[in-house]
Design a protein around this ligand. Structure first.
Ligand code: PLP
Length: 395
C-alpha cells in the first residue's frame, strides 16, 4: 500500500543560510541596531523591493505588525476596527492589544467577506483589517472603493498571502499597510517573525520608533530623518523588533518564493479539480482578479448532516489524511465563538454555518502531483464511504 504523504514537515532552510548564521554567531552581532546594513535592515530593503512597496519594517510577528499598524494609524482608545469573522484569533487579539474594539463582519461560503454586511458596518468603524484568511482574497476593488469613499484606512492581514496577486498587484500593497508572517506555517519560515509594508513615510517612521528604535537607532534605518525627528520621544517603545538570526533565515528563502508559489498553486488547483468532481465536496472558485499562492486547500462538504461530517473526517483520518472542519474541532482558534475575550459577543449565523462545513487540509508546495492524487483520492473515497455513490444523472 502506498503511504499518504506527510503534509506537516517543513521544507529545509536553504544552505545559503548556514554561512550567514555562522558569521553572525561568530561575531555575536544579533541585535539589528548594532551595525548599519544589518541582516534585518537588508531584509527590509529586499522585501519592500520584492513587493513593490516603499518601506518595510520587520518585527517579531505578524500579530505585532497588526498591533503596530493600529498604533501607527493613531487610533484612539476604543476605536472600532472591522475584521472578517473568519480569521485567526490573533487578529482580534491584536486589536484588543491596541486598546481598540474588534467588530466582526460576516463571511460567505467562499471564505471571503460578505460585502453587504461589510458596507452596513463600515459607517460605525474607524479602521478596517482585511484578513485574507488562508490566502483567500476578498474583493479588494469593492473594499477599497467603499473605504476610500468613507476615508477609512485599510490594513491588509496578508500573513498567509505572500505571493498572491490581485489584478497583478501584490496582496499587502493595496491597503495603506500590509502585514505578513514568518511563522513556520507560512510561505517564509523563520519559526517566528513578521513584517509590515507601507508607502507612507510618516506612518512607517512612527511604527519604526514604536517597534523599539529607541534614542537615535532609527538613524540606521531607511533614512527618514525628518519624519523620525518629528516623532522622537513622542511615542511609546513597544519593543517588538526582529533579530539578525531570524532575518538571515528569511533572506536565504527569498529566492525560493516563485517556486513555492508556483508549486503550491499547481498542487492546489490539481486537487481542487479532482475534488470538485465529487458530489459531496465543493471547492469555491477564486475571484477573477486573484492569482493565489496556496499551501493548503479549503473545501465545503455538500449535503452532509452533523453525523456525516464527523464520519467523513474519521474516514479521511483512517486513510491518513487529517481534515480539520473549522467549526467542529474543540477550541478551534478560527471559530469566532471561541474568542470569549472579545468585549462584544455577537453571533454571525452565515459565517457559523460556513465554518461547520468548511474543511482544511494542508497541501505543501513540496508535494508531487502523485502525492496530491493520494490526498484527493483519500478525500473522495472518504466522502463516498459515508454518503455512498451519488446517483448518476441521465441514466
Ligand atoms: C498566521 C496568521 C496570523 C498571525 O501571524 P503571527 O506571525 O503568528 O503573529 C494572522 N493572520 C493570519 C491570516 C494568519 O494566517
Amino acid at each position: 500500500m502506498t503511504l499518504p504523504p506527510n503534509v506537516y514537515d517543513a521544507e529545509p532552510i536553504p544552505e545559503a543560510a548556514l554561512a550567514e548564521v555562522t558569521r553572525i554567531l561568530s561575531s555575536g552581532d544579533l541585535f539589528r541596531y548594532t551595525n548599519e546594513n544589518s541582516p534585518v535592515q537588508l531584509l527590509e530593503q529586499e522585501f519592500a523591493a520584492f513587493l513593490g512597496s516603499k518601506y518595510a519594517l520587520a518585527v517579531s510577528s505578524c500579530s505585532a505588525a497588526l498591533f503596530l499598524s493600529l498604533k501607527a494609524l493613531g487610533l484612539p482608545r476604543d476605536a472600532r476596527v472591522l475584521i472578517p469573522a473568519f480569521t485567526f484569533a490573533a487578529v482580534p487579539s491584536s486589536i484588543i492589544h491596541a486598546d481598540c474594539i474588534p467588530v466582526l463582519c460576516e463571511c460567505k461560503d467562499d471564505y471571503r467577506i460578505d460585502l453587504d454586511d461589510f458596507r452596513a458596518k463600515l459607517p460605525d468603524v474607524q479602521a478596517v483589517i482585511i484578513s485574507h484568511m488562508r490566502g483567500h482574497t476578498s474583493d479588494m476593488d469593492a473594499i477599497m472603493e467603499a473605504c476610500d469613499e468613507a476615508g477609512i484606512p485599510v490594513v491588509e492581514d496578508a500573513a498567509h498571502s505572500l505571493g498572491t496577486t490581485w489584478h497583478g498587484q501584490n496582496i499587502g500593497t493595496i491597503g495603506k499597510i500590509g502585514c505578513f508572517s514568518f511563522q513556520s506555517y507560512k510561505l517564509l519560515n523563520a519559526g517566528e517573525g513578521g513584517i509590515m509594508v507601507s508607502d507612507d513615510p510618516d506612518l512607517i517612521a512612527r511604527a519604526v520608533i514604536m517597534s523599539g528604535a529607541y534614542e537615535h537607532n532609527w538613524a540606521k534605518n531607511m533614512g527618514l530623518k525628518e519624519a523620525y525627528e518629528r516623532w522622537q520621544n513622542q511615542l511609546p517603545l513597544y519593543n517588538v523588533r526582529l533579530n539578525n538570526l531570524s532575518a538571515a533565515l528569511i533572506r536565504a528563502q527569498l529566492p525560493e518564493i516563485p517556486r513555492r508559489v508556483q508549486d503550491g498553486r499547481r498542487n492546489h488547483d490539481h486537487v481542487a479539480a479532482k475534488l470538485n468532481r465529487s458530489a459531496w465536496i465543493s471547492v469555491p472558485e477564486k475571484l477573477a482578479a486573484e492569482n493565489r499562492a496556496p499551501d493548503s486547500i479549503q473545501f465545503n462538504l455538500v449535503g452532509m448532516g452533523d453525523n456525516a461530517v464527523k464520519s467523513f473526517a474519521e474516514a479521511a483520518a483512517q486513510r491518513g489524511i487529517k481534515v480539520q472542519v473549522f467549526g467542529r474541532s474543540r477550541d478551534n482558534a478560527r471559530a469566532f465563538w471561541n474568542w470569549q475575550f472579545l468585549p462584544e459577543q455577537v453571533d454571525l449565523p452565515q459565517t457559523r454555518q460556513m465554518l461547520m462545513n468548511a474543511c482544511d487540509v494542508r497541501l505543501p508546495a513540496r508535494l508531487t502531483l502523485e502525492e496530491c492524487d493520494l490526498v484527493a483520492g483519500a478525500l473522495i473515497d472518504a466522502a463516498e464511504e459515508v454518503m455512498g455513490q451519488p446517483l448518476a444523472y441521465g441514466t
